[in-house]
Design a protein around this ligand. Structure first.
Ligand SMILES: [Fe+2]
Length: 172
């Protein structure tokens, strides 16, 4: 069984030993990259549920159900990102408390009610994560990790589709 990871002087985590063919150096940087995306995926999962639970308005049932559909999409990414990270020998920091310190997203306001406010605010979060995911695609490509690049491409494509679903409610 692999040893538990420890944090070294630079704050980066040591990797578990693995037969994964990617070099340790690249695996280390990809684990660090994916750790940020894991935290962000967990954050956005509950931002979307926050909207699902609290939204009110004449189009209640449509947006209530839309937010649940979007939640299912991002929840799938949480697992895929965590398992790519562990496949690379990393230790997933997948708790809500760890995620709170590592997410790239601004805190979601707890007092939003109107459907348009939730739609616009979620579009901001999905857009911020999409931008980071697209930067991650480039980073993974430059590192030569085609599988992490492919995963982040899937994530970014899904996020952009969700942005379209959200924005179509208020675009003129
Ligand atoms: Fe529900």
């Amino acid at each position: 069984m692999a040893k538990a990871t420890k944090t070294n002087k630079t704050g980066a985590s040591k990797l578990h030993s693995t037969k994964n063919p990617i070099s340790e150096n690249i695996r280390g940087s990809m684990v660090e990259l994916l750790q940020t995306h894991l935290a962000t995926s967990i954050d956005i999962t509950y931002q979307t549920k926050q909207a699902h639970w609290n939204v009110k308005g004449m189009n209640f049932i449509a947006v209530h159900e839309l937010f649940d559909d979007l939640h299912e999409v991002v929840e799938d990414y949480v697992d895929k990102i965590a398992e790519r990270l562990t496949a690379l020998g990393g230790q997933a920091h997948g708790t809500v408390q760890a995620s709170a310190g590592n997410t790239i997203l601004e805190p979601y306001p707890l007092d939003l009610v109107k459907s348009e406010d939730h739609l616009r605010r979620l579009a901001d979060s999905y857009s911020a994560w999409s931008k980071a995911a697209q930067e991650g695609i480039e980073e993974a490509s430059e590192a030569g990790d085609a599988l992490t690049e492919d995963l982040l491409t899937e994530v970014a494509r899904g996020l952009d589709k969700s942005i379209y679903f959200l924005e179509s409610h208020f675009q003129s």
